[in-house]
Design a protein around this ligand. Structure first.
Ligand SMILES: NC(=O)c1ccc[n+]([C@@H]2O[C@H](COP(=O)([O-])OP(=O)(O)OC[C@H]3O[C@@H](n4cnc5c(N)ncnc54)[C@H](O)[C@@H]3O)[C@@H](O)[C@H]2O)c1
Length: 262
């Protein structure tokens, strides 16, 4: 029975969006590989979900998306556990530690951000996409950012890494179309996860104002006046992974509360 269920492989699975994605794919009947840099955190995510959904079938694994070796090991474990991947969702990502002018950016920080966000997406696709069978409805979903659709001062490593993800998504979509495997991206705006809250905290500190004041300033710039819930991204990612989007490939879907219109 379990062999007939589709398999989703989700990186960044203990993060704000990734854990909601694990819940969603489990609820939709998928077996799920939940992978994250933090193995204990992703095991907690698995245990919490299994406590609520006893027939959930989740393989929790530690995985460093920036490491070729780690991805190869993960691919071997997934192959052994499930034999295939139907939906590959790459949520793992990091933001810069601070806003820094490009002319003062350290090579180490540049490489760290690019290593997870862009090189890591390349490596994850190269090592894990071969587990997606041809002509069986397979789908890859990357997570880019509205900051990859335009440049923003002091965040050149992050913005350029996410711009690269959008381009990589299009290149891979063109390459895998003949195998019937679709590749798309979701470009989040401000999403209410620890990543967003940490950025608000940092900016508030720099300006000497409270977190609430900083949040009100940033959210006030969004036409829909709030940061999105993680589920807003996960719903778009699920749609892109499902056959309902069967004619969509190479696309980047905006889910951002209209922030690009500000
Ligand atoms: N939250 C936002 O406002 C926002 C906006 C635009 C884009 N995004 C993107 O959405 C994605 C999900 O972010 P989130 O909001 O859930 O943030 P988050 O910080 O809550 O989650 C990120 C997850 O990625 C994991 N991770 C980090 N480095 C890793 C590595 N080397 N290997 C494997 N896992 C690693 C972290 O452990 C964490 O669980 C990221 O790619 C992020 O860049 C977020």
């Amino acid at each position: 029975m379990s062999e007939q269920r589709s398999i989703a492989c989700i990186t960044g699975a203990s993060g704000g969006q990734g854990r909601v994605a694990v819940e969603k794919f489990v609820a939709e009947g998928y077996r799920v590989v939940a992978a994250d840099l933090l193995p204990e955190a992703v095991e907690r995510v698995r245990d919490e979900i299994v406590a609520r959904v006893p027939d959930a079938d989740i393989l929790a694994i530690g995985l460093d998306q920036s490491s070729e070796e780690s991805l190869r090991e993960a691919a071997a474990r997934v192959r052994e556990w499930g034999g295939r991947i139907d939906a590959l969702l790459l949520f793992a990502g990091v933001v810069q530690r601070d806003g820094v002018p490009l002319l003062s950016m350290s090579t180490e920080e540049w490489d760290r951000v690019q290593g997870v966000n862009l090189r890591g997406v390349f490596l994850a696709c190269r090592e894990l996409a071969p587990l997606i069978p041809a002509h069986a409805g397979g789908s890859i979903v990357t997570i880019s950012s509205w900051w990859g659709q335009s440049g923003h001062p002091f965040y050149s490593a992050y913005c350029s890494s996410k711009a690269g993800v959008i381009s990589l998504t299009q290149c891979l979509a063109a390459e895998l179309a003949d195998a019937g495997i679709r590749v798309n991206s979701v470009a989040p705006g401000n999403i209410d996860t620890e990543m967003h809250r940490a950025a608000l905290r940092g900016e508030a500190e720099e300006r000497g104002i409270s977190f609430d004041e900083m949040r009100d300033i940033e959210w006030g710039k969004i036409p829909l006046k709030t940061a999105g819930p993680p589920s807003s991204i996960v719903e778009a990612a699920f749609w892109l992974a499902s056959e309902r989007s069967a004619y969509v490939t190479g696309a980047t879907i905006d889910v951002n509360g209209g922030v690009k219109m500000r």
